[in-house]
Design a protein around this ligand. Structure first.
Ligand code: PLP
Length: 329
């Protein structure tokens, strides 16, 4: 069944980053999942839970608001199990992800923003209103579904613990819904209370502020558009109890680091993965790694879904060959 193919992704040593920061850096490569992202994990848990609790009947429609990856996971799993998928994505979603969703069979709607349930033009509001006005449609609602955190608590955390043989000292991941960092973070902290669980978000996102002050900032501004991470509301799937600190990076340095990392390693990272690399670059002194630390960076997806956003400046297409020939008979 599809469950067997989700998770158990590789953890690879990264020579380039380990050398650069004089420590031991490993990368959890989530693009090996069937939908090529970490979000297959919560998608599976949310779908299985809804079916088990009879919240949807066979042939029904799973509905989700997504920056693309959860939507793709939902679509692939739903199809496999005999259901359909309706996915609300925001207009900032990469064209590659939109094409993948359509190809996978999702019915998609593009919304103005993903600013949460209180905004009429958001993916979340539209998804909720669709599900409540259509029979046999179920909104998986990753921002408030406990199965999101649970998926990472039950799978991501234990895998990393086992793969590092219990030696991990730092876990660093981008924060969007908060499911990854809260679930994996909770599991890892239960094993090793002094482990550092660090989140990464774009400039202007409010989760770091909330973590520090336990209040919302007076003003919210648009946050830097790094796909998959950053919010201007606090999702229910963000559990501040298991996160030590959130570092902010900007879009420009993230793009620069994606391309620098690509030139050095030949590996195209996803957008939010590049944000994690950008955070190492900017905050290395503050992070203060030692030679014996075991640092795990979480890479939720691959750069091939962001060629048009991250890597196209460095692509020089050859002009088409002039092949017209004139034959005189
Ligand atoms: C590419 C990417 N990175 C990071 C995240 C954030 O993960 P989480 O929602 O578990 O915080 C997402 C979430 O959709 C994502 O798609």
């Amino acid at each position: 069944m599809i469950r067997e193919f989700i998770g158990n992704t590789p953890l690879r040593h990264c020579d380039a980053l380990s050398t650069r920061y004089h420590t031991n850096i490993f990368i959890k490569e989530e693009f090996h999942n069937p939908g090529m992202s970490a979000k297959d994990r919560p998608a599976l848990f949310m779908i299985e839970d809804a079916i088990a609790k009879k919240k949807i009947k066979p042939g029904g429609i799973f509905v989700e608001a997504s920056s693309g990856n959860t939507g793709l996971g939902i679509t692939l799993i739903a199809k496999k199990l005999g259901y359909r998928a309706k996915i609300f994505v925001s207009q900032s979603c990469s064209t590659e992800k939109i094409d993948l969703l359509i190809k996978a069979g999702a019915d998609i709607e593009i919304c103005e923003n993903s600013n949460g349930l209180h905004d009429f033009n958001s993916t979340q509001f539209r998804a909720q209103s669709f599900a409540s006005t259509h029979p046999n449609a179920y909104f998986t609602n990753q921002y408030y579904n406990t199965q999101n955190i649970r998926a990472h608590y039950k799978t991501t955390g234990p895998e990393i613990w086992k793969q590092t043989e219990g030696s991990i000292t730092h876990f660093i991941a981008g924060v969007g819904t908060g499911g990854t960092i809260s679930g994996a973070g909770r599991f890892l902290k239960e094993q090793r209370p002094n482990i550092k669980i660090w989140g990464i978000e774009p400039n202007g996102s409010i989760l770091g502020h909330f973590l520090k002050q336990r209040t919302l900032p007076n003003d919210t501004t648009a946050f830097d558009p790094i796909e998959g991470i950053g919010r201007n509301f606090i999702p229910g799937s963000f559990d501040a109890a298991y996160v030590d600190h959130i570092f902010q990076v900007n879009c420009h340095e993230t793009k620069r680091m994606a391309n620098e990392y690509y030139s050095q390693t030949g590996i195209m990272t996803g957008f939010s993965s590049a944000a994690v690399i950008a955070a190492l670059d900017r905050y290395a002194d503050k992070m203060g790694f030692s030679k014996t630390d075991i640092v795990v960076l979480f890479f939720p997806d691959h750069g091939d879904r962001y060629i048009s956003k991250l890597y196209n400046e460095h692509i020089h297409r050859p002009t088409p060959l002039q092949t017209s020939r004139h034959f005189n008979f």
